[in-house]
Design a protein around this ligand. Structure first.
Ligand SMILES: Nc1ncnc2c1ncn2[C@@H]1O[C@H](COP(=O)(O)OP(=O)(O)OP(=O)(O)O)[C@@H](O)[C@H]1O
Ligand SMILES: [Mg+2]
Length: 395
């Protein structure tokens, strides 16, 4: 496995090199980083393996911000942070930035070896025979401020982009438990099983059972459908949902949730587990009022601006409301607007196909690609050739 070393002086670089090599790992690059030197340019071309990084107290905040983007976009990269600051606050920040191990600085060789062994053990598990991801996927939730704002359409089409444009293993979980219709946006075949087939036998829940209940939409995209009957949905508990999502996160790099706009214990559990919540609203006055209430509730639950993202769907630039007045009314920045394109969106819905396959140049898709690219901290891959698209191949 490749390792990348970044330390403030030659002696520490050598210590790291010796330690890494003692564990039969390959040193791909070893650099001395001058004080104050920005981290980002030094991380070019690092995508997978182990990064051992020394970060001084002065650099830590900026480094963690840079690393957070990296760990989102490169789930196969593990970072071992060597830091002289081990306050609870900094450890929490490191955890949020996706750092796998923190070793006190100056590093003792025994601590480094123990950390490396844990990371290597984790990597060994990250790909098993059937290529299931075994890591910690990100949870991305969509919730409408009012029914019909477009959360299902956006969630399903984003899931498709994550899987087939950005090449990440993804599952769409339809958590509009009583009236879920995500499957209609993704496929013309009825899902044979659904989430209630899991929650009804929660004691047996494992990767095999989850796999058997998901519908495979494309090689990298799964759907866990909502129950067929509203009554069955009522029996699903927050605790059961937590177990299902925890397992789904181990098997997918991204877990996209389409939530019911009514808040109950199950929805709250899903929202709490989400790393990002896209609050979806249409551009009219009654919806603005709902959006304001919802955002206020989320703020009271402690969700910060890094978690909440407001999407204004079916946006018309000549409409009554502009972005500024929405932001003032809802008390949160608009993350993105998505244009109103009834014809293309309705066609995609009627055919049960993602917009990407029908109208790749559509403005709705352009907006959704930008949102997904920034969510994944990954630039949009080069446009796929028409033949690849036709054959359903990844970029
Ligand atoms: N950008 C758009 N332009 C035009 N029509 C759209 C757009 N986004 C969604 N729609 C349409 O709006 C309608 C509602 O969308 P959707 O079902 O995704 O909303 P929802 O928030 O999930 O609603 P529900 O509360 O019923 O679950 C659908 O007919 C969908 O095709
Ligand atoms: Mg919906």
């Amino acid at each position: 496995m490749n390792t990348y070393l970044l330390a403030p002086d030659a002696a520490t670089v050598e210590l790291l090199r010796n330690t890494v090599q003692s564990q039969s790992l390959t040193v791909k690059s070893a650099l001395v980083r001058a004080a104050g030197q920005s981290l980002l340019p030094l991380l070019q071309n690092i995508e997978s393996g182990i990064l051992l990084l020394c970060s001084s107290q002065a650099q830590l905040a900026e480094d963690l911000e840079t690393l957070e983007s990296m760990t989102w976009s490169n789930p196969q990269l593990s970072v071992v942070l060597i830091s002289d600051s081990d306050t609870k606050e900094n450890l929490m920040r490191a955890m949020r930035a996706g750092i796998r191990e923190v070793v006190a600085s100056p590093p003792a060789q025994s601590d480094l070896i123990a950390a490396l062994r844990r990371v290597v053990g984790h990597h060994g598990k990250t790909r098993n025979a059937d290529d299931s991801f075994v890591g910690t996927g990100k949870v991305v939730a969509f919730i409408s401020c009012k029914g019909g704002s477009g959360s299902t359409f956006l969630a399903t089409n984003m899931a498709y982009l994550i899987a087939d444009t950005f090449n990440r293993r993804c599952v769409l979980v339809d958590l509009d438990l009583q009236y879920g219709d995500a499957s209609y946006y993704m496929s013309q075949d009825d899902a044979k099983n659904n989430i209630s087939d899991l929650t009804q036998q929660i004691d047996r829940l494992d990767a095999q059972l989850l796999s058997s209940c998901m519908q495979r939409i494309t090689p990298r995209l799964n759907l866990l459908a909502a129950p067929n009957e509203p009554g069955v949905a009522l029996a699903i508990t927050a605790n059961q949902l937590e177990q299902v999502l925890t397992l789904a996160k181990r098997m997918h790099e991204f877990v996209v949730l389409d939530l019911d706009s009514a808040i109950d214990a199950v929805t709250l559990k899903a929202l709490d587990m989400a790393d990002v919540v896209f609050v979806t609203m249409e551009c009219n006055l009654p919806v603005v009022r709902n959006a304001k209430r919802l955002v206020k509730l989320f703020h009271s639950l402690g969700y910060g601006d890094d978690k909440l993202k407001l999407l204004v769907n079916k946006f018309q630039s000549d409409g009554v409301l502009d972005v500024k007045s929405i932001e003032q009314a809802v008390a949160i920045k608009v993350n993105h607007t998505i244009p109103n394109q009834v014809e293309a969106v309705t066609e995609a819905f009627n055919l049960g196909r993602p917009l990407e396959l029908l109208h790749p140049q559509n403005g709705v898709l352009k907006a959704l690609r930008e949102i997904t690219s920034s969510l994944l901290h990954t630039p949009l891959p080069k446009t796929r050739g028409w033949m690849d698209r036709l054959m359903g191949k990844a970029a």
